[in-house]
Design a protein around this ligand. Structure first.
Ligand code: 3PG
Length: 218
């Protein structure tokens, strides 16, 4: 019996999304009324891919609202921990799903899902699990503590065809170090949505951070 592999269209879509914008904000909605103005501020700052985490109870509704209000950008779900959350995210309109790590269940679930899964890995062994199922695009998390730029350079030795979106500890000043690597499509992080600015509804500041972060890239 032949082994099931990731559908080709899902792999292509993962690539398209991760190549749509070099910076991906990792968004946690603490107050539901923040979802739309925050997304607007990020879009105004030039960002085109929004990762809304399911770390708060407002994540799913925020995904639905952002999808409706911003048809020109990619809106996906982050911090997805199991297949049930994966399906809920898709039902709410998520166009991609990102997980902090892998489980066999999640990897299998992503093979024939409606939207691409970008599994999170921190080691070569985890990477090999995903690659064996046909995945080629991964989140590298937590990037800075799991070896950062040096680790990604090392991954390129045995697995040169794999592409990454590193997140975890990356900031405006360090994003460029990752993006100069051939195996990095985009980097993500929460520095693009500082909690104090969001809490103060300082949307202008959010737009400025996004713009300055894009300008700091090579
Ligand atoms: C993630 O889920 O990608 C991380 O929480 C982002 O890490 P950061 O807060 O260090 O940017």
């Amino acid at each position: 019996m032949s082994k099931k592999l990731l559908r080709k269209d899902l792999a292509e879509q993962a690539q398209q999304i991760l190549e749509a914008c070099p910076l991906i904000p990792v968004i946690s909605i603490q107050q539901p009324e923040h979802a739309l103005p925050l997304a607007q501020a990020l879009v105004d700052g030039g960002l085109r891919v929004l990762e809304v985490t399911l770390r708060t109870p407002h994540g799913l509704k925020a995904i639905r609202e952002m999808r409706q209000a911003f048809p020109q950008v990619w809106v996906g779900a982050g911090t997805v921990l199991d297949p049930e959350q994966f399906d809920q995210a898709v039902e709410h309109g998520a166009q991609f799903v990102i997980t902090p790590g892998i489980t066999r269940k999640l990897l299998k679930h992503g093979l024939e899902a409606e939207v691409p899964l970008v599994p999170g890995i921190a080691t070569v062994s985890e990477l090999m699990e995903g690659v064996a199922l046909g995945y080629r695009h991964f989140k590298f998390f937590p990037a800075e503590v799991a070896g950062g730029v040096a680790a990604l350079k090392s991954f390129a030795g045995p697995l040169p065809e794999v592409r990454f979106c590193p997140t975890g500890g990356i900031r405006k000043e360090t994003a460029k170090d990752y993006l100069t690597l051939e195996n990095v499509c985009a980097v993500g992080g929460t520095w693009l949505t500082p909690a104090d600015a969001v809490q103060a509804s300082d949307w202008g500041q959010i737009t400025e951070i996004a713009k300055a972060s894009l300008e700091a890239l090579p």
